[in-house]
Design a protein around this ligand. Structure first.
Ligand SMILES: [Zn+2]
Length: 198
């Protein structure tokens, strides 16, 4: 084997070793302790940057899930915003550590079984939720819907992550949280079937 080839092989092996030591999609700077939906059938793709009407580009991830089911805080934080706006519909903003924020948009505004847009804030936000309130990770904050410019469309939470003034692609963070959540569910199921001694 030539010396150059040996050096290349060592470099490749080292890279592989480092790559496998780091879990896939690990995100060290911030972590979603909870997936934002309680609906286990929720699904999403990496739709960051997709084009949207008016020349805008998509600045979040659309997480599709069962209408009216719970939306939860992805990490410990404080409720910084609860409002209704033209595009985002009913939405919540939570501030976390180190300047990170999570935003949840298009929350429900319909009476169950309808698309009447008549449920108001009570259909969108969890009872008792208030601006300034501390919410531990996993706290139910609202309900999945299609308010704002998603009106009449498939229910989903437009989820955004921000660090300071910068919007960050939330997809890898969601994928990481979803994967952990699936592992916990599989383990819980195995325990409940008696496959794992406890
Ligand atoms: Zn969206």
């Amino acid at each position: 084997m030539s010396k150059t080839r040996a050096i290349i092989l060592v470099a490749v092996a080292t890279t592989l070793l480092i790559a496998t030591a780091i879990p896939a999609r690990a995100v060290e700077d911030f972590r979603l302790d909870f997936f934002p939906h309680e609906d286990t059938e929720s699904h999403f793709t990496n739709d960051w940057g997709d084009s949207r009407p008016g020349g805008r580009s998509h600045q979040g991830t659309d997480v599709f899930g069962e209408k009216h089911s719970a939306v939860v805080a992805v990490a410990d934080g404080f409720v910084m915003g609860m409002k209704e706006s033209y595009r985002a519909g009913y939405n919540i903003r939570i501030a976390h550590r180190d300047g990170w924020e999570s935003w949840y948009m298009h929350l429900n505004n319909d009476t169950p079984g309808t698309n009447d847009g008549a449920a108001g804030a009570a259909g969108a936000f969890a009872p008792g939720l208030e601006i300034g309130m501390y919410v531990p990770a996993g706290t139910i904050i609202g309900y999945i819907g299609n308010s704002g410019n998603a009106e009449g469309g498939t229910a989903h939470t437009h989820f955004e992550l921000h660090n300071g003034r910068r919007a960050v692609n939330p997809y890898p963070y969601l994928a990481d949280a979803f994967e952990r959540w699936e592992r916990v569910r599989a383990l819980t199921e195995a325990v409940s079937r008696g496959l794992v001694p406890v």
